[in-house]
Design a binder for this molecule. Structure first.
Ligand code: XMP
Length: 511
């Protein structure tokens, strides 16, 4: 059985980061809500537990309270921030609001020798982000590090293999956080490690074969990272039992349809059925200007077309989806439902209209692990590091009505921008970059004459999670070349603007 660590989520914004860090250290980890019953933990038999931070105070009414029984299982536990407070309080210690709040950078110095800090330098910078602190330790605990503001920045019960820390080892602002986590995993919990992409692929291939047997699997291929990796992985497992459907909406980037076919059908030899559905999408979008209406139409039509195609595979029993772990966690998370600002119509909704069983081989992977698995499967860097592309495609990058003419103009402008970004080595450094067509006309001069044409806006952002974003500080010379090329090479555009708004208040897309 695969050894694993469980992260119990008390609502911290960093919970997923903890699980990712642990996996980067080659230990498989999963996230469960703080309220998970002790019996469930026993059943999963993890070799270690990490209790996440959380925004509340342990003594607040309604603050998340785990089952104290989890502290009696004999499994090593690391409590981080709120996790520390809850744990210390549950074991008889005292927690209170700190008179002097310690937020942001702090320095800790060791108080007592401990395996948790083994091999690390004497003093270290750490990241704090809570107003409470432990004031009195539970029995058997000792301080192993202090900060200016607290004698108990890190405490442990060596016999019970419990460590509690006030700071966050998972964030990059704690430079020695990773070695600390490594000590916890390997020296305290006794993990052997071995969670790697190669191992994941091996296990996934076996699991897919077992589940699918001799049946056929239908998979929606979009050319994006997730569906590309999912399809390639399933292909490795069951070969030509996999039938990919690629719906070309006519709203993709320049030549994207051909590139997808070249990569997957010709080079990788997957069975890919391309549906050229541009005309149907343009007809459905005719006269539509409202962004949400566009999304609804495109999402609905996509499902309709995909279902039509999928039904042609009479012996298909399974539908592959590139669902990732963050989507899975979202649905079980302790956090309140996050505000839905835009409706995202992707392939969701398909299972309801089709009588298929789902195959979701990436269900337990984070995005960075999907990328590593994809590279291990032989997919090119170009596919693996592709910027995300919205399901409704260029339709939400053309303000107002979407016409084939507008799409053609935007595709060319976008292609110039992206090619120049790649050529100058700025593609990987930006999280997402694209052109937007503003079909309003502005005045310009061309040769001796006056021009009256459309505007293209360039958007390039840096972001970790796409929830907040900053505009990318691209070099002047690069922007200059892109602007010159667009107005010279793309008929119908005489002005280029660069979007310098952050998210929030703006969004990344323009619609
Ligand atoms: P916003 O514009 O909300 O975008 O800041 C955040 C991320 O979501 C993508 N996005 C979409 N993806 N269907 C999608 O599949 C959509 O309707 C959609 N709208 C925005 C956007 O490209 C960015 O990566």
């Amino acid at each position: 059985m695969q050894e694993s660590l469980l992260v119990l989520d008390f609502g911290s914004q960093y919970t997923q980061l903890i699980a990712r860090r642990v996996r980067e250290l080659n230990v498989y980890s999963e996230i469960l809500p703080f309220s998970v019953p002790v019996d469930e933990i026993k059943r999963l038999a993890p070799k270690g537990l990490i209790l996440s931070g959380g925004p509340q105070s342990v003594y607040d009414r309604g603050a998340p309270q785990g089952d104290p029984g989890i502290l009696e299982l004999g499994i090593p536990v690391l409590g981080i921030c709120y996790g520390m407070h809850w744990m210390c309080r549950a074991l008889g210690g005292k927690v209170a609001a700190s008179a002097k709040r310690e937020y942001g950078h702090a320095e800790i110095s060791p108080q007592h020798e401990s395996i948790f800090f083994r091999g690390l330098s004497e003093k270290g910078k750490v990241w704090m982000s809570h107003g409470d602190r432990v004031e009195a330790l539970p029995e058997g605990f000792q301080s192993i590090a202090a900060s200016d503001n607290s004698p108990f920045a890190a405490v442990e019960h060596p016999d019970k293999k419990m460590v509690c820390i006030q700071f966050h080892p998972e964030v990059s602002h704690t430079p020695q956080g990773k070695p600390m986590l490594r000590n916890f995993l390997y020296e305290i919990c006794g993990f052997r490690g071995g969670w790697t992409s190669a191992r994941f692929i091996e296990e996934a291939v076996e699991a897919i074969r077992k589940k699918v047997g001799g049946g056929a699997v239908v998979c929606g291929l979009s050319g994006g990272v997730d569906s590309s990796v999912a399809a390639t992985l399933i292909h490795r497992a069951v070969g030509d039992q996999l039938q990919c459907i690629f719906v070309d909406t006519g709203l993709l980037r320049l030549d994207e349809g051909d590139v997808v076919m070249e990569t997957f059908a010709e080079k990788l030899r997957l069975k890919v059925h391309r549906v050229d559905a541009g005309e149907r999408f343009f007809a459905a979008l005719s006269g539509v200007e409202d962004p949400e209406e566009k999304r609804r139409i495109i999402g609905g039509l996509f499902i309709e077309i995909f279902a039509e195609e999928a039904r042609k595979f009479k012996d298909a029993k399974f539908l592959a989806q590139g669902t990732l772990y963050p989507d899975v966690i979202e649905s079980t998370s302790v956090k309140g439902p996050s505000a839905v600002i835009k409706t995202h119509h992707n392939v969701g909704g398909l299972p309801e209209v089709l009588p298929f069983e789902l195959v979701e081989p990436l269900r337990f992977l984070f995005k960075d692990e999907v990328r590593r698995a994809g590279l291990e499967l032989g997919l090119s860097e170009e596919i693996i590091w592709r910027h995300p592309f919205p399901g409704p495609g260029l339709a939400v990058r053309i303000l107002g009505e979407v016409t084939p003419e507008h799409v053609a103009v935007l595709q060319r402008a976008d292609d110039i921008f992206i090619s120049e970004l790649r050529a100058e080595g700025h593609y990987r450094g930006t999280a997402q970059a694209f052109a937007v067509l503003l079909p309003v006309r502005s005045v310009g001069v061309m040769g001796d004459g006056r021009s009256y044409e459309n505007v293209v806006a360039l958007r390039a952002v840096t972001t970790e999670d796409f929830m907040t974003a900053d505009w990318a500080r691209l070099p002047d010379a690069l922007l200059n070349r892109v602007a010159t090329r667009i107005v010279n090479e793309v008929k119908g555009v005489n002005r280029v603007a660069y979007d310098v708004t952050t998210k929030p208040p703006a969004t990344i897309e323009w619609e």
